[in-house]
Ligand binder design. Structure first.
Ligand code: UGA
Length: 439
């Protein structure tokens, strides 16, 4: 099949590359000439494990190419994916900004040839596909097309596996013609008996928001329970494990931490609340999850301050991990972006390391942050070390060395990577999230 992907951001690039790997001929289009140039030179603008090799393979096998020229990429394409950004609107009202989606729809319209399915891949409010349809029809009344919704469920850091072996594929279509086209697109997954949920366009659009909102609720729930554990003297790890063994609850997404971040949960929870408000409904549970998440970040600052004896002023704090999660260089809405500036404002000196995110971090964090070459340099002469993101590199630290390097053996583990008993027996003043009272 001939497929065109509009947008080479995270979702567009991963989806386009994986579809080429399925055997389709994929042209990825982006307006940013520098990005296309980079991709043509084989350089990948984001860090995503396995992506670079897959791009190179499919480019070499001539199934994947990159262009800025939308007019040449659209004619003859049987399926056109729209995977442009939908950031939170600058108006600050929580709405998703659909400017890029509508602009792409307008641009595609005059170049359509033959029956084409236009597929919204970006996370978009309910009703967007209908608007895209209207725009294209207005621009080119003769065009023979359908608009479908096919939300993505890719996790950064695991996106290729999520695409190739998804829990399910959701397809929102208006008719059988569009459904057959999408079945062709995902044929390798159909052949592997992947569960496919075929539904209306509006339901598909809402499924994506509901999934992300539910996961955000799960995280905020476990974070609140972790806080309760701290007050009661109970252990969140055992609690999460035990409730997760109940098949109705499920053990995933029950890891407490400094709050969820990233480009999806914070944006999508806000957008969903706006969407339902417009329909005269409310989502109290999602609103509470958002509130709990903000409070969790603030609580982490207090946790650090308490461990430092009540004040950060004049203290050197080492930070391990800056990105919102491991295996990505993405800093969007990372807890570090809220926590570090507060510590700096209160007079702390910050030494930090991240395996992939340090370049990106410079655009998100104040200039005073000092970037170190590894975890041990971070610990050198620090008054405390904070494990912020659970990169594998930080899971097996030489703890004796860490202790010797630190000015005071204070270890604040915001991802519960280490065993509290072991840390204490090594002589650390250790705290995690919800695992014990401060020593
Ligand atoms: C999320 C969803 O998991 C994907 O299914 C979805 O496709 C994607 O958003 C999207 O909408 O595009 P992602 O943002 O890459 O994926 O990352 P997650 O692995 O979901 O983690 C999000 C945040 O939650 C991270 O900050 C992570 O540290 C935190 N988290 C996750 C926890 O604090 N505890 C957990 O148990 C799980």
């Amino acid at each position: 099949m001939k497929i065109t992907m509009i947008g080479t951001g995270y979702v567009g690039l991963v989806t386009g590359t994986c579809l080429a790997e399925f055997g389709h001929h994929v042209t990825c289009v982006d307006k940013v000439a520098g990005k296309i140039e980079q991709l043509r030179e084989g350089k990948i603008p984001i860090y995503e494990p396995g992506l670079e090799a897959l791009v190179h393979k499919n480019v070499n096998e001539k199934r994947l190419c990159f262009t800025t020229d939308l007019a040449s990429a659209v004619p003859g394409a049987e399926a056109i994916f729209i995977a442009v950004g939908t950031p939170t609107s600058r108006r600050g009202d929580g709405y998703a900004d659909l400017t890029y989606i509508f602009a792409a729809s307008k641009e595609i319209a005059p170049h359509l040839r033959g029956y084409t399915v236009i597929i919204d891949k970006s996370t978009v409010p309910v009703g967007t596909a209908a608007q895209v349809e209207r725009i294209i029809h207005q621009e080119n009344p003769a065009a023979d097309f359908d608009v479908a919704s096919n939300p993505e469920f890719l996790r950064e850091g695991a996106a290729i596996n999520d695409f190739m072996r998804p829990d399910r594929v959701v397809i929102g279509v208006k008719n059988d013609r569009a459904r057959h086209m999408l079945q062709e697109v995902y044929k390798p997954l159909f052949l592997r008996d992947t569960p496919i949920v075929c539904t209306t366009v509006e339901t598909a659009e809402l499924i994506k928001y509901a999934a992300n909102a539910f996961l955000a609720v799960k995280i905020s729930f476990i974070n609140e329970m972790a806080n309760v554990c701290e007050s009661i003297g109970a252990d969140i790890s055992a609690l999460a494990r035990a409730i997760g063994m109940d098949g109705r609850i499920g053990g995933k997404f029950l890891h407490p931490g400094p709050g969820y971040g990233g480009s999806c949960f914070p944006k999508d929870t806000l957008a969903l609340m706006r969407i339902v408000q417009e329909h005269g409904e409310s989502l109290h549970i999602v609103a509470a999850a958002v509130e709990v998440n903000a409070a969790q970040k603030a609580r982490m600052v207090k946790k650090i301050r308490d461990m430092l004896g009540g004040s950060e002023a004049g203290k050197t704090i080492g930070i391990l991990g800056l990105t919102f999660k491991p295996e990505t260089d993405d800093m969007r809405e990372a807890p570090s972006v809220t926590i570090i500036p507060t510590l700096l404002e209160r007079g702390a000196r910050i030494k930090a390391h991240d395996p992939q995110g340090m370049e990106e971090a410079q655009g998100y964090l104040p200039g005073e942050v000092e970037y170190m070459k590894d975890a041990y340099q971070v610990c050198e002469d620090a008054d405390a070390v904070v494990l912020m993101t659970e990169w594998n590199q930080y899971r097996a630290l030489d703890l004796e060395r860490v202790k010797k390097l630190l000015r005071k053996p204070i270890f604040i583990d915001l991802r519960n990577v280490y065993d509290p008993e072991k840390m204490r027996s090594l002589g650390f003043q250790y705290t995690g999230v919800g695992r014990s009272l401060n020593p």
